[in-house]
Design a protein around this ligand. Structure first.
Ligand code: ADP
Ligand code: 3PG
Ligand code: MG
Length: 408
């Protein structure tokens, strides 16, 4: 199956200045060092290819959700890590548009890499601002735009959407690989297909669950996502992380699920935890204490799925032929609350007959840290979170749709 968009393999990029959007939104440790460089490593094939084609490569990315210029979210440490991984100099420019950018790129030779500062230091990025996009194109003097930030293509931002109005825009190798792998699995999935959803970006991802209702045979909910579902069902969640204001979306999810499987089977289709590992934060008491969902204390937080819920999940997973997983099932930063996610990883890794697609920055970070085989124990670890979920749910991704169509 050939990819439906033009790629760096289908246009004459040799010797050109090429603006490349990557997703270097990587996790940071408390001391400011990079937590995991999976997304940086995933960008190497495209960058290396462009260097071998003698291109002047100009990289743009966001990191975090800064409000204005904030040194904490500077891409400079990421430029340093990229240089190490690439074994090449990476020139860093502390601006994203303007004269300094023009100068930096004019001075850079062919076959070089320049990284510009965080796109989200400018509000125009998320506003999908045309003027900002035009400046990016003009100030960099780029001849082509390459989209390779798979993790961010579900956003219609200046660097994923408006920019394509100013430069011929094609896909990088990561975009092509992620898109092709995920859509091939999801086009005619081996069933049963179980979706496991957790994590903390609830309002970002909850809408996709609605679309997943028609795709999946069972949906298992964990993490802070489960807290939000349980609170909606009237459970007292103590001081757990719960996102309010999701009632409309949850009503729609339950209406769609009821229509699909019938009212009596909804709770077997949308599986919520029946118990939880609870703790108190701060200070975190890192003991794994299990409580029924019906008896979470006023000052307690549900920080992982409980042991009974884990067994039920494993039963469902071993019967599945395809499993898609996005979002840790607990607060995996703390060992006591990794059990749910670790058991899921173990079950998938020891059942190689199950096709497993894992997405999400924190989820990928967790499974890569857990897996002694560098991720080989799973079918595909995506660099995307929301992007991979939306693609699995069959939604169109604005950052891919906006690229030039492949010639038929
Ligand atoms: P991903 O990056 O994989 O898409 P998210 O960013 O949505 O996932 O969520 C990851 C975060 O979710 C982690 O920092 C983890 O601590 C947090 N999390 C998971 N479960 C809980 C919970 N029960 N309570 C609080 N935080 C949780
Ligand atoms: C991600 O980590 O999912 C992407 O980099 C997008 O980040 P965002 O959710 O802040 O838009
Ligand atoms: Mg995350």
């Amino acid at each position: 199956m050939s990819f439906f968009k033009q790629t760096i393999n289908t246009v004459p990029l040799q010797g050109q200045t090429v603006l490349v959007r990557v997703d270097y939104n990587v996790p940071f440790n408390k001391d400011g060092t990079i937590g995991d460089d999976f997304r940086i490593r995933a960008s190497l094939p495209t960058i290396k290819r462009l260097l071998s084609d003698n291109c002047k490569v100009v990289l743009i990315s966001h990191c975090g959700r800064p409000e204005g210029r904030d040194k904490k979210f500077s891409l400079e440490p990421i430029a340093q890590r990229l240089a190490q991984l690439l074994g090449e100099q990476v020139r860093f420019c502390d601006q994203t548009i303007g004269d300094k950018v023009k100068m930096a790129i004019r001075r850079a030779p062919k076959k070089s890499v320049t990284m510009l500062e965080n796109l989200r230091f400018y509000a125009q990025e998320e506003a999908n601002d045309e003027t900002f996009a035009r400046q990016l194109a003009q100030d960099t003097g780029a001849r082509y735009f390459v989209q390779d930030g798979f993790g961010v293509v579900h956003r219609a931002h200046a660097s994923t959407s408006a920019i394509t109005h100013f430069l011929p825009s094609v896909a990088g190798l990561l975009i092509e690989r992620e898109y092709t792998t995920i859509t091939k699995t999801m086009r005619d999935p081996q069933r049963p297909l179980v979706a496991v959803l957790g994590g903390a970006k609830v309002s970002d991802k909850i809408g996709v669950i609605q679309a997943l209702v028609s795709v999946a045979d069972t949906i298992i909910i964990g993490g802070a996502m489960a807290n939000t579902f349980l609170a909606y069902k009237g459970k007292a969640m103590g001081t757990s992380l719960v996102e309010t204001g999701q009632e409309d979306t949850l009503n729609k999810i339950y209406a769609a699920a009821t229509e699909k499987v019938g009212a009596d089977k909804v709770d077997d289709f949308l599986v919520l935890p029946t118990d939880a590992a609870v703790g108190q934060l701060p200070p975190l008491d890192d003991n794994r204490r299990i409580t029924s969902i019906d008896s979470i204390g006023e000052n307690e937080k549900a920080l992982d799925i409980g042991d009974k819920t884990i067994e039920k999940m494993v039963d469902l997973i071993v019967k599945a032929k395809t499993v898609i997983w996005n979002g840790p099932l607990g607060m995996t930063e703390y060992p006591a609350f990794t059990h749910g996610s670790a058991r899921l990883a173990l079950t998938l890794a020891t059942h190689s007959e199950i096709t497993s697609i894992i997405g999400g920055g924190d989820t990928a970070d967790f499974v890569l840290g857990w897996d002694a085989r560098g991720g080989e124990s799973f079918t595909h670890i995506s660099t995307g979170g929301g992007a991979s979920m939306e693609l699995m749910a069959g939604e169109k991704l604005p950052g891919i749709e906006s690229l030039l169509d492949a010639h038929s």
